[in-house]
Write a protein of this length. Structure first.
Length: 285
């Protein structure tokens, strides 16, 4: 199984670290209060975590809410106030006559649990919302990168049990890609229709309905090199993104005779995990 994307790994680690930080902070307002060294160490730990988490959250409402869980405001105090004065006691608290309306602590930690939980929830949304289709693209990339090795085994000397597929044109390539996709996914839809635009009909090569990923295949030839492949993919993708299920597009370019002069540049220029839909180009030789 391909490795999870690095962003997902980082966020999973941040969520786990947040739980440890919460456990540590929860002990401060118990019977044995922490000393100043413990408070300062935990403050640094949280702020380091907070800065790392912010780097994973894109601009927008979720980022604003994440920051508010720490910053608070003039009236509503949140984690920042607690970390600054975790042992500050309320002037209205009477230890001789405890009253739940006037708790002992100015910034009770129990109120902070919800703020930490909200920050973890936001990280979870970012992790799943941004990496689901990217994970699929990574998995498909890992599988189809191995296509030359797969074909080499089938064509190995002495192998008279299974024939190597004949790939002489794009139709042959599509049959092979379809077969591999069926090994990986239950719902593979070939030639799925795209809504018409200006009366023109279009079909994607394959749609993975359960993930929202469209697969397009290209097989190079002397007249289909870097520039032409890039232009055709850009035109097709402009149409494909109108498909109601499209969340990501991957172009599988089979180039056994090396008509692509700069495969790395083609992949880099047309691959974007952050676009809508996400895109990926894979040149296979």
């Amino acid at each position: 199984m391909p490795k999870a994307p690095q962003k997902r790994v980082r966020i999973e680690k941040l969520i786990e670290e947040s739980e440890h930080i919460e456990d540590r902070l929860s002990r401060w307002q118990l019977d044995s209060p922490p000393d100043i060294q413990e408070i300062r160490a935990a403050q640094r730990l949280y702020l380091t975590w907070y800065a790392a988490a912010l780097r994973e959250i894109p601009e927008g409402d979720m980022r604003t809410r994440f920051i508010d869980m720490y910053e608070g405001g003039a009236v509503i105090k949140r984690l920042r106030a607690f970390l600054s004065e975790p042992l500050a006691t309320s002037p209205l608290y009477d230890p001789e006559n405890p009253n739940p309306v006037f708790p002992r602590w100015t910034y009770p930690f129990e109120d902070r649990r919800e703020e930490l939980a909200t920050q973890r929830e936001i990280l979870n949304v970012v992790m799943h919302g941004e990496t689901t289709v990217v994970t699929v693209l990574d998995e498909l990339t890992a599988v189809f990168r191995r296509l030359p090795e797969f074909l080499a085994v089938l064509g190995a000397a002495g192998n008279d049990r299974v024939r190597r597929p004949t790939l002489t044109n794009e139709a042959d390539l599509q049959v092979l890609v379809h077969a591999i996709l069926q090994l990986l996914y239950d719902d593979v839809r070939p030639e799925d229709a795209v809504p018409k635009q200006a009366g023109a009909a279009s079909r994607v090569d394959f749609l993975l309905r359960e993930t929202g990923v469209i697969i397009e295949t290209k097989m190079t030839r002397p007249s289909l090199t870097d520039k032409k492949v890039g232009e055709e993919l850009a035109i097709d993708w402009n149409r494909y993104q109108r498909h109601p299920d499209c969340q990501a597009i991957i172009g599988i370019v089979y180039d056994p005779e090396r008509h692509i002069s700069n495969a790395a540049a083609l992949e880099h220029d047309l691959s974007n995990n952050d676009s809508d839909p996400a895109t990926r180009v894979l040149v296979i030789r």
